[in-house]
Design a protein around this ligand. Structure first.
Ligand SMILES: Cc1ncc(COP(=O)(O)O)c(C=O)c1O
Length: 385
């Protein structure tokens, strides 16, 4: 029976423990497993290589993304690191003009030391993509929508071109989650998540996930996961499974709240610009409509000249100023000094991650309370001359 995603969230992966019938996967808090004789074990040898709690999570995310295998890591960046380890010296990866600052830092300050190069390109214009594919380009790493400017990249169009040139398409699906967008169904080869965000959903763990759609990639990532060893612990795997069960209901509320907040921001006198994937009459809207159920829960915006941004942050009473996103609580951050501080200033300015940009992760509080808090903080931020 083909199941809807709301059902897979609850019953996907390994939903019941065989031995006892427990409806929650137990936390197998063990590093090793007794072997019956030389060369004969019961499917598990050592928990870096395989652990039943982690395996339940890995099967669950594979089911949710529609892939053939999932892998769980100690953080989103551990997941990105493991995927980037597929490449070798001389290879080049194309990334969009705004990606999560940590991914940029990893490429520019770690992988570049191993001569694995990257090119920052405007991937929103697919008609110009082929010109950028030089022989050393081996993959395109997309975020859609991007962090923090919420630019939408056409996953299917990019994947089609990548396939034609024998490149891998890797999509960081952190911002929308498989509940809203499933990149493998659009032609991508690998999906990455910072599961710290919406999948965990409660700002209480750090985790990363990867899903692949071919046996070849499954084998390669399994080898790298075991070789690099940046795996997710059993307890955190359990917490993440628990978080994922409520993803659908959380996302429904988050998106309803985000759309309400976008309406408010668009009408507010102090707001200069609003970035959201589903703003009608924009190119983003048309592409997003084709590939995602809705615009998700992230909004970025700027205040007009004459507004003091730090006063805005200090005046918030409900919404926390904090790194991260995707929790049940609304969070704001200042990308240029926080999440994207690792990007060189000239690149930040060029792509629009200005010092006036505010990123809002909308939570599940009452939508009117969220908007009231934004309204009073914007009003406090207005400089009285
Ligand atoms: C889009 C995106 N990808 C990856 C990461 C890295 O994940 P983590 O912080 O879990 O290492 C983040 C973190 O903010 C992110 O926003």
């Amino acid at each position: 029976m083909k199941k809807n995603i709301e059902t897979i969230l609850i019953h996907g992966g390994i939903p019941v423990e065989e031995k006892t019938g427990a409806v929650n996967v137990p936390i197998y808090q063990t590093s090793t497993y007794k072997q019956d004789e030389l060369g004969k074990h019961r499917g598990y040898e050592y928990s870096r290589t395989g652990n039943p709690t982690r395996e339940a999570l890995e099967k669950l995310i594979a089911d949710l993304e529609g892939g053939i295998a999932g892998f769980a890591f100690a953080s989103g960046l551990a997941a990105v690191t493991t995927v980037l380890s597929l490449f070798k010296s001389g290879d080049k990866i194309l990334i969009p003009t705004n990606v999560y600052g940590g991914t940029y830092r990893l490429l520019s300050r770690v992988f570049s030391n191993f001569n694995i190069n990257f090119g920052v390109e405007d991937l929103s214009d697919v008609s110009k993509l082929e010109e950028k594919i030089t022989p050393d380009v081996k993959a395109i790493l997309l975020e859609s929508p991007t962090n923090p400017l919420l630019e939408v990249n056409d996953i299917k169009a990019v994947s089609d071109i990548a396939k034609k040139h024998g490149l891998l398409t890797i999509v960081d699906n952190t911002f929308l989650t498989p509940y809203i967008q499933r990149p493998l169904e659009l032609g991508a080869d690998i999906v990455i998540h910072s599961a710290t965000k919406y999948l965990g959903g409660h700002c209480d763990l750090i985790a990363g996930l990867v899903v692949v759609n071919s046996e070849e990639l499954k084998e390669k990532i399994a080898f790298l996961q075991n070789s690099i060893g940046a795996i997710l612990e059993p307890f955190d795997s359990f917490l993440l499974i628990r978080g994922i069960k409520t993803l659908g209901v959380r996302m429904d509320r988050i998106v309803e709240n985000a759309e309400y907040a976008v309406d408010f921001l668009l009408k507010n006198d102090g707001v200069k610009n609003v970035y959201y994937p589903n703003l009608k009459n924009t190119k983003n809207y048309e592409i997003n409509k084709k590939q995602a159920k809705n615009g998700g829960g992230m909004i970025s915006f700027g205040l007009k000249d004459g507004y003091d941004i730090n006063k805005f942050f200090k005046s918030l009473k409900l919404i926390h100023l904090a790194e991260s996103l995707g929790g049940v609580e609304s969070l704001v951050c200042h990308p240029s000094s926080m999440t994207h501080a690792a990007m060189p200033e000239d690149l930040r300015q060029k792509v629009g991650i200005t010092d006036g940009l505010i990123r809002l992760s909308v939570g599940i509080e009452h939508k009117e309370d969220i908007v009231k808090d934004l309204e009073q903080a914007i009003s406090e931020a207005k400089n009285v001359l």
